[in-house]
Ligand binder design. Structure first.
Ligand SMILES: [Mg+2]
Length: 367
């Protein structure tokens, strides 16, 4: 599409009381800060993309830096030249979250124009916009975490990922055994350590966790510990899923070159677009590496983009819970039940966006 109007919005998104994002790397997160880019052409064709901006603990970019880069993109990208030229310029000039927001907005509009879903731009045949997802148990009092687990199981979710690595390993192991007893043997349990352990503790720590019957442990060691990537490439007492290590398309290449043969967790906000997640997923699979498509805690627009990436790649593991439980999301059209997330709309990303619930922060128009 060829935009004649580009608008940038910002909003703070809050979860329902009792749901607090808190991991070993994020600390407690009171609310999400999201940017939204709305592109529109002369015929009223519209597309929207979202970038969560308060994730410096993942990408080192402050919310102000992401907002400034987004404002520069609104003013500086070659919008009159259309989607391919805009994305080529964003490849050169925009940090990953901004490039991702631009790509999602343009592909939302392009797919709407073609009368198809965004996933169909990546070769998926039409069909249900539904994918399975895990749910996350964030750090908190043990009783509250158990109660949250029971609540998700009661809603039909059968895959839970628990955030550990803040308490010591013995306490975490004891909690895991209690959680397993609480949810029973049929619920898939995984752990995310967000890089909390020294590489030297990984073997013994995972051996201790194994009794809980875990599907995988995410990022047990530091993101930049490449010797650990090589050391654990072929196996560990519990399978390891890299997340923070896979911070960019270049890092994906480095993981492949290091001979990694376990799993990797891909997110749009790290890699810079739905298109990049699909391409990186295909590259990892060709190298014999298992793929999870996931996201940060994000609003419905970014979550829908992740769902389309999952529909395109069909990974065994998917983490798409980000918009579940938000009370003031300016996006609508996602439904969570029976272990899945469903997108209501068939065209584009399939969600509606209400800019009136956000602050407009920048605008570009072309007559
Ligand atoms: Mg993770």
């Amino acid at each position: 599409m060829t935009p004649t109007s580009v608008r940038l919005f910002q909003a703070e998104l809050h979860y329902r009381p009792g749901l607090l994002v808190h991991t070993a790397v994020s600390g407690p997160v009171a609310f999400l800060t999201s940017l939204y880019l709305v592109v529109e052409d002369a015929d009223g064709l519209r597309g929207v993309g979202e970038a969560r901006s308060n994730i410096a603990y993942v990408n080192g970019l402050s919310p102000d830096e992401v907002a400034a880069a987004a404002t520069r993109a609104v003013a500086g990208l070659p919008w009159p030249d259309g989607t391919p030229a805009v994305l080529a310029a964003a490849d050169r000039d925009a940090p990953a979250p901004v490039r991702a927001m631009v790509e999602a907005a343009l592909h939302d509009a392009d797919a709407r124009q073609a009368g198809c879903g965004v996933c169909e731009l990546f070769g998926v045949a039409g069909g249900a916009r539904r994918y399975h997802t895990n749910q996350s148990l964030f750090h908190g009092p043990a009783d509250a975490m158990i109660e949250a687990a029971r609540g998700y199981v009661a809603r039909g979710f059968r895959r839970l990922k628990v955030r550990l690595g803040i308490a010591d390993r013995t306490a975490d192991r004891d909690f895991l055994m209690r959680l397993r007893d609480s949810v029973g043997p049929d619920v898939e349990l995984a752990v995310d350590l967000n890089g909390a352990w020294a590489a030297g503790d990984v073997e013994a720590g995972l051996s201790a966790f194994a009794a809980a019957g875990l599907a995988y442990v995410e990022q047990p060691f530091a993101p930049d510990d490449w010797p650990a990537v090589a050391a654990f490439a072929h196996g560990t007492p519990v399978p390891v899923m890299l997340d923070e290590t896979v911070s960019s398309p270049a890092a994906v290449d480095r993981v492949v070159a290091a001979g990694w043969r376990q799993m990797a967790h891909l997110k749009i906000v790290k890699l810079g677009g739905i298109d990049r997640v699909v391409a990186c997923g295909q590259r990892l699979r060709a190298a014999g590496i298992g793929v999870m498509v996931g996201q940060m805690n994000e609003g419905g627009v970014a979550t829908a983009a992740a769902v389309h990436a999952a529909l395109a790649l069909e990974p065994a593991h998917a983490e798409l819970y980000g918009a579940d439980g938000l009370v003031d999301d300016p996006a609508s059209g996602l439904t969570y039940d029976t272990g899945t997330v469903r997108i209501d709309g068939a065209a584009g990303l399939g969600v509606a966006f209400d800019g009136a619930r956000c602050r407009r922060t920048a605008e570009w128009t072309h007559d």
